[in-house]
Design a protein around this ligand. Structure first.
Ligand code: 4AZ
Length: 267
């Protein structure tokens, strides 16, 4: 209902190729796409799940990041058309099935430029204000213009989304490392639909990626301790998942950081 499936140009053969592990040992960690389970929520304390607010069962449809004890940053396409009552936020757990704090949503604020530029997924950014403060988790600092994100720098992305294109999600939070992709190469690979408000990450050869259901979740720096991490991107879209020369495309957080800070300060 909320998560947007961007395309289905993927063949059974390419799925088989992506999901066929090279060795038996690798078969246990073929997740997010090609990720590993997070060992402790303390490694990604800002990660939240957006879940169906009307169901007792925790049906996850997108991710998000804690930016303060009452605000979650996510993708506009995750919450577009939704009412506050449609969504709950689940924080402080690796597992969709149990643990953590489930909080209701007070307000959804979509980026003022979303839907205004004529380019799909431009400014794919929204803030969620919580009905009560979180007592679990930790906020992540936002990347700004002074945060270096050179080509090839290793970032991490995490979520409960599909473990291969059109595949099932994961009950346990998964993460995968993806390098910053050259912007001009990403534009060339994806056409003019990649704007300055987007940052791409992935290997030219493919293989590791975010995928459906990871949308809205964090792409973050991994130098130093988790407390030093910066939110570089918001999972937004991609041509399939983990395909060669089709890096995942993320909202470039440095380009929405000012809007985020102002919006939070206004309420
Ligand atoms: C999606 O549809 C989606 N490979 C999210 C991330 C990526 C592709 C699709 C990146 O939510």
């Amino acid at each position: 209902m909320f998560s947007k499936l961007k395309l289905s140009l993927v063949t059974a053969a390419s799925i088989a190729a992506l999901s066929a592990p090279a060795t038996a040992a690798e078969s246990t960690n073929f997740m997010i796409v090609n990720g590993v389970p997070v060992n402790s929520i303390d490694e990604v304390p800002w990660q939240v799940a957006l879940i169906d607010g009307s169901a007792v069962l925790r049906r996850q449809f997108c991710g998000g990041s804690i930016v303060s004890d009452t605000w979650i940053l996510t993708a506009a396409h995750c919450v577009e058309g939704a009412a506050a009552a449609d969504i709950d936020v689940l924080a402080g757990t690796l597992h969709l099935s149990h643990g953590g704090q489930r909080v209701e949503v007070a307000e959804i604020v979509i980026h003022s430029n979303w839907g205004t530029t004529g380019i799909s997924n431009d400014f794919d950014t929204a803030l969620i204000r919580l009905a009560e403060p979180l007592t679990v988790g930790e906020p992540i600092a936002l990347a700004d213009d002074s945060t270096p994100l050179p080509d090839g720098m290793g970032l991490r992305v995490s979520g409960w989304g599909a473990i291969f294109q059109s595949g099932p999600g994961s009950n346990d939070l998964l993460l995968v490392e993806v390098p910053v992709y050259n912007q001009a190469d990403c534009v060339a690979a994806n056409g003019a639909s990649v704007t300055d408000q987007m940052i791409c990450a992935g290997f030219v050869a493919g293989g590791s990626d975010s995928c459906q259901g990871d949308s809205g979740g964090p792409l973050y720096t991994i130098e130093g301790n988790p407390a030093d991490a910066r939110l570089a991107g918001i999972v937004s879209w991609g041509w399939g998942c983990a395909l060669p020369n089709r890096p995942g495309v993320y909202t470039r957080v440095s380009t929405v950081e000012e809007w985020v800070t102002k919006t939070m300060a206004m309420k």
